[in-house]
Design a protein around this ligand. Structure first.
Ligand code: XIL
Length: 367
């Protein structure tokens, strides 16, 4: 009989242990008769659970929802230890007229972060989207010459970084400057200023605030691929030229149908940037799907969130895991990807999805 054989084996093992006089707790892998010490209750806020890892868990904040929706605002304070302005620190919103700044909403976010002991990830000093029309029209018509454009960029970076000096943890200095073919993105910045604009932007930001950590940030660079290879080469070049680049941000906008990773793949990519001396972050995580959601898609989403988080936790110098909004109620996805949505950790009514429970479980139980 199988059972009696098992019993016999167990009895023999017990006798062997007794005769060697070894306590059961001497197992070199740390197992005890009582089982592992799972002392961390899983049902705590993400920010509380994340303190075990020296990692900040953040969210992008929609400032109009922040102002109008108490539930949305309060949950940010209890759940997260970092915040990113979803829009209000972008050029179009900060400097809608040349030299005229609208600091109000960004200041409100920064002040709320201070009160709630959250760090602020600054997003973003330079991008090819969400620029004010005075800038884009001026460049297109030739009214703004390349020389002027360079001076305008320098001034904008100087004004913004100085304004938030000492209040911001990181700046995304440049956002999405490499395209999906792994070449420098063909934008009005590149066309008018040449490839040196990237180094210039970092140098100017560093001049304005030498203490803030300066990032490159992009999507589709979570694992090793042609695009992240191009960033790796770019960072090596910038460092060789003495440019103060200190951080690499992988956005983490995923789709359950493709672009998903294992934790190992994320960590091996982040680690090569860490080996160059950079810190890394997941800066804009969400995982969209074709609507309506079903169990298969939600499981794939859960796996994707888990892999990005675990990849960050096991990587050498990953300091932040930030989601691009935390409730489907205010997601950017349905407005940008036709027929898609359900990309966030909580539903539109703030109910936790599987992915939220997975993030909690990983934060609670991984070392
Ligand atoms: C998105 C915002 O979520 C939207 O509200 C806005 O209309 C467009 O931009 N990559 C980025 C973010 O770096 O700034 C983008 O945010 C999403 C993609």
């Amino acid at each position: 009989m199988r059972i009696s054989r098992l019993v016999t084996a167990a009895a023999l093992a017990a006798v062997a242990l007794w005769s060697l006089n070894l306590p059961a707790a001497a197992d070199p892998d740390g197992a005890t008769a009582e089982g592992a010490d799972r002392a961390v209750p899983v049902d705590q806020s993400l920010r509380t659970l994340a303190t075990r890892h020296n990692v900040r868990v953040g969210t992008a904040v929609d400032m109009s929802a922040f102002t109008n929706d108490t539930q949305y605002r309060e949950r940010i304070a209890t759940e997260f230890s970092a915040v990113t302005a979803e829009n209000v620190m972008k050029w179009q919103l900060l400097e809608p007229e040349r030299g005229v700044f609208n600091w109000g909403p960004a200041d409100q976010l920064v002040e709320s972060a201070r009160q709630n002991h959250q760090l602020v990830h600054g997003h973003t000093l330079l991008w090819h989207n969400q620029n004010p029309t005075w800038l884009t029209d001026g460049v297109a018509s030739g009214e703004i010459t390349p020389d002027e454009l360079r001076a305008i960029l320098r001034q904008h970076i100087f004004d913004v970084v100085t304004h938030f000096k000492g209040k911001v943890w990181h700046w995304d200095v440049v956002n999405e400057v490499i395209d999906d073919s792994a070449n420098l993105r063909n934008t009005f910045w590149l066309a008018n200023l040449g490839p040196g604009y990237i180094a210039d932007a970092f140098r100017w930001a560093h001049e304005a605030d030498p203490t803030v950590t300066l990032y490159l940030n992009d999507y589709n660079v979570e694992g090793i691929n042609a695009k992240s290879d191009a960033y790796y080469a770019l960072v090596q070049q910038l460092l060789a030229d003495g440019v103060p680049v200190r951080g690499f941000g992988a956005q983490g906008h995923l789709d359950v149908r493709f672009g998903n990773y294992t934790a190992f793949q994320v960590a091996e990519n982040l680690n090569r940037f860490a080996d160059l001396g950079l810190e890394t972050s997941l800066t804009e995580v969400d995982v969209r799907m074709n609507l309506p959601p079903d169990a298969t898609k939600l499981n794939a989403q859960t796996q994707a969130y888990g892999a990005l988080l675990l990849g960050c936790l096991v990587a050498k110098h990953c300091v932040m895991f930030t989601v691009w909004g935390y409730t489907d109620k205010y997601s950017w996805v349905p407005g940008f990807f036709t027929g898609q949505g359900a990309a966030n950790l909580l539903t539109e009514t703030f109910e936790p999805k599987f992915a939220y429970r997975e993030v909690q479980a990983i934060l609670a139980y991984s070392r």
